[in-house]
Design a binder for this molecule. Structure first.
Ligand code: NDP
Length: 488
């Protein structure tokens, strides 16, 4: 049974610039592949350098001349709330488009992604008039004020794993703070972004305030980052691409960037944890979206006394997952985004086994139209094993055991990444010690994963990123401060 018929999906065409869908003669057309079938389902126009130039200069003009940045912040918030309402109204079409083009199952988009996107937008809309500057302690015959103002045009580059949610992490705070935005979504999941941009205009947000240009990262993404009228770049994706973007921002600015990057997040489970609840949490944290989540809990670090019992419970949860297309009602394990990504997962798993990992289950790449990867558990003793060291971005969980708290914290800390961590124990002192010890931007105790509490910022330490998304910090990151001195 299917939620919808994929061939009945309307696909928006073109870039979204100047408040409308646009295509240009010098755009190159490229097939977009449906992850569930491995077949092309639409064509995408890649922006030429002229198109990028047009989109950025239109956004800059809009920022300089139209009412958005100078509008009363509460008025700006009103339009953002109207946008949120329209997103809710269009949720069925958006969910269909998102699930057709990505690995997100339709019912999960409806139950999770859309409410998340809408709540995120409302959170930032509410912040639009909840900030200010301060008066400095200057000498008495002078007034010194520190005020904030938008950057101007923010360049946003988003990935394919949660296309709408990642978009709203970037666009919500940028618009709420009064900026204009030029966004390039992943070329693999391009269509919900232009749909959302159209809804923004329908909600009354002025044309050109939020433009979307389609295309690949190496040319279109790069051109956005390089553009002299882009005041700041915000990005989510791989560490390597984040580093390339930061380097572009340094050379072509310098201009600031916010980078939310890869992870290799530990789930530390002590013998006193609630075993049944935690096994389910651990299984979900590595199989949700087929492991294609930056904060996937990909390293199980477990007390040796419970490793055998616990791993059996995790395996039992794995065995209940059903692969299938994102529109099928029974699908609980969606496809890998592309054949190339699936091959990459397969090759790391094979290499890990060759390096001594014991495969307790899974490890199979299944090509059934789309590419699927069976949930995999690898028991590993060597901390240098590639499956422990590299971000796999698939449903692959490594398991390492410990027999002392110190050993647990040592294993939990990763040389490269520091995005998130889970600690599962009934012992408060132990949990809080771990919370302090583990170098990660988010620590979750007796739970795993982000919540709808958008007040909680997210972002990584080490090579997992710089700066924060969501939270008040993400809003403030879209404003720069200006010092003003007035002599009496
Ligand atoms: P990338 O980081 O390369 O892609 C993310 C976004 O950046 C896409 O929109 C991409 O464009 C764009 N991009 C690529 N190169 C540049 C550039 N030089 N300048 C500006 N923008 C650029 O991720 P991949 O899709 O290649 O996935 C590779 C790995 O990255 C995954 O296996 C996973 O480990 C990690 N990843 C992490 C994510 C996270 O949430 N932290 C999300 C996605 C991937 P386009 O792809 O359209 O060419």
């Amino acid at each position: 049974m299917d939620w919808y018929n994929p061939s009945d999906t309307d696909i928006p065409k073109g870039h979204f610039i100047d408040g409308r869908f646009m295509s240009f003669n010098d755009d190159t057309s490229v097939d977009v592949i449906c992850p569930s079938t491995g077949q092309a389902y639409a064509a995408l126009n890649y922006a030429s350098p002229d198109t990028v130039e047009f989109a950025v200069s239109q956004a800059y003009q809009a920022y300089r001349t139209n009412s958005w940045a100078s509008m009363a912040p509460r008025e700006r918030a009103k339009y953002l709330f109207q946008w949120a309402e329209l997103i809710e109204k269009h949720q069925a079409s958006l969910a269909q488009l998102e699930s057709l083009g990505s690995s997100r199952p339709y019912h999960e988009v409806l139950q999770w992604d859309i409410p998340y996107v809408v709540d995120c937008l409302r959170f930032f809309a509410e912040l639009a008039d909840k900030h200010g500057g301060y008066v400095g302690a200057t000498q008495q015959d002078r007034l010194g004020m520190v005020i904030s103002q938008p950057y101007g045009v923010i360049g946003a580059i988003t990935p394919w794993n949660f296309p709408m949610s990642m978009l709203m992490w970037k666009v919500g705070p940028a618009l709420a703070a009064g900026n204009a935005v030029v966004l390039k979504p992943s070329e693999m999941t391009p269509f919900t972004s232009v749909y959302l941009a159209k809804l923004a205009v329908d909600a009354g947000i002025p044309a050109n305030q939020f433009n979307v240009v389609q295309g690949d990262g190496k040319t279109v993404g790069q051109a956005i980052c390089e553009h002299s009228l882009i005041g700041k770049v915000t990005f989510t994706g791989s560490t390597a691409t984040g580093a390339a973007i930061m380097s572009t921002c340094a050379l072509k600015g310098p201009k600031p960037s916010t980078l939310e990057l890869g992870g290799k997040s530990p789930q530390v489970v002590f013998a006193d944890a609630d075993i049944d609840k935690t096994a389910l949490t651990v299984a979900k944290a590595i199989t949700g979206n087929a492991g294609q989540v930056c904060v996937s809990g990909s390293r199980l670090i477990i007390h040796q006394d419970i490793a055998e019992t616990f791993s059996q419970k995790v395996l039992s949860h794995f065995s209940q997952l059903r692969m299938g297309p994102t529109w099928n009602k029974s699908t609980t394990l969606p496809p890998i985004i592309s054949a190339g990504q699936a091959q990459r997962i397969n090759s790391i798993v094979n290499q890990s086994i060759a390096q001594g990992a014991e495969r307790l289950c899974g490890g199979e790449l299944i090509n059934d139209g789309g590419s699927f990867f069976t949930p995999t558990l690898l028991a590993i003793t060597d901390n240098n094993n590639c499956a422990v060291q590299q971000e796999i971005f698939g449903p692959v969980l490594t398991m390492q055991t410990f027999d002392s708290d110190e050993q647990a914290w040592a294993l939990a800390s990763h040389e490269t990444y520091g995005l998130a961590a889970g600690i599962h124990t009934q012992n408060l002192q132990r949990a809080l010690t771990g919370m302090r010890q583990i170098e990660a931007g988010s620590v979750w105790i007796n739970r795993y994963g982000r919540s709808f509490d958008h007040i909680m910022p997210t972002g990584g330490f080490k090579q997992s990123g710089i700066g924060k998304d969501i939270g008040v910090e993400a809003f403030q990151a879209n404003l720069k401060t200006k010092s003003v001195l007035i002599d009496f």
